[in-house]
Design a protein. Structure first.
Length: 189
């Protein structure tokens, strides 16, 4: 079971990263994690090279021109995110499966490219109100960024039906168990 792709997407604050981090911590899945490139500012608790490759907008754009991404998106105005081919090669050459935490457009793009070798999972917040409360309590975003993220949620929610699986994250422990079961089933079949 190597070289398979597992994609997690959903609105910001839906609990995606927590679930993805949980899956990373489970040894049996043999996951490598694709470290995305981004132009958004680094948060205090993040490290360059392990959470993201933090790039300037100019650097990011020149890499687009050089065809270095398997997909990229301007997820929020002037905040670009993308999956580097070099990351995917590094992980699959090591005989591992790939785990992605990407936005809904990136998720559908990767699924389209890799088809049955990939599974796409949408993490859905229980309601827009819960999502807003989660994003606010996280306190990682400026007021401006918070509003950008909330504005985008409605559009992101319409992508759910394009995914292979949907997990409604109203209870985190249950959502983690569901994610584990989906991934186990996909990687072992
Ligand atoms: P954050 O700024 O909260 O880390 O991420 C914002 C959004 O960008 C999240 O939905 C996250 O999944 C998405 N994202 C992270 N990396 C990538 C990537 O490589 N490609 C795409 N399309 N989206 C990404």
């Amino acid at each position: 079971m190597s070289g398979k792709l597992v994609i997690f997407s959903g609105p910001s604050g839906a609990g995606k990263s927590t679930i993805v981090n949980h899956l990373k911590s489970i040894g049996e899945f043999n996951f490598g994690f694709s470290v995305s490139a981004t132009t958004r500012p680094k948060r205090e608790n993040e490290n360059n090279g392990s959470d993201y490759h933090f790039l300037s907008i100019d650097d990011f754009k020149s890499r687009i021109e050089d065809n270095e991404f398997i997909e990229w998106e301007e997820v929020y105005p002037n905040q670009y995110y993308g999956t580097l081919k070099s990351e995917v090669n590094r992980i699959t050459l090591n005989g591992k499966n790939l785990l992605f935490d990407v936005d809904v457009v990136g998720g559908t793009n990767i699924k389209r490219q890799y088809k049955d070798n990939a599974i796409s999972v949408f993490i859905q917040p229980p309601s827009p109100e819960v999502l807003e409360a989660r994003l606010k309590s996280r306190k990682t975003e400026s007021e401006e960024n918070l509003n950008k993220r909330l504005k985008k949620t409605r559009l992101e929610m319409t992508y759910a039906r394009r995914f292979d699986k949907i997990i409604v994250n109203d209870d985190l422990e249950t959502a983690k168990r569901e994610a584990e079961a989906i991934v186990r089933d996909f990687l072992l079949k």
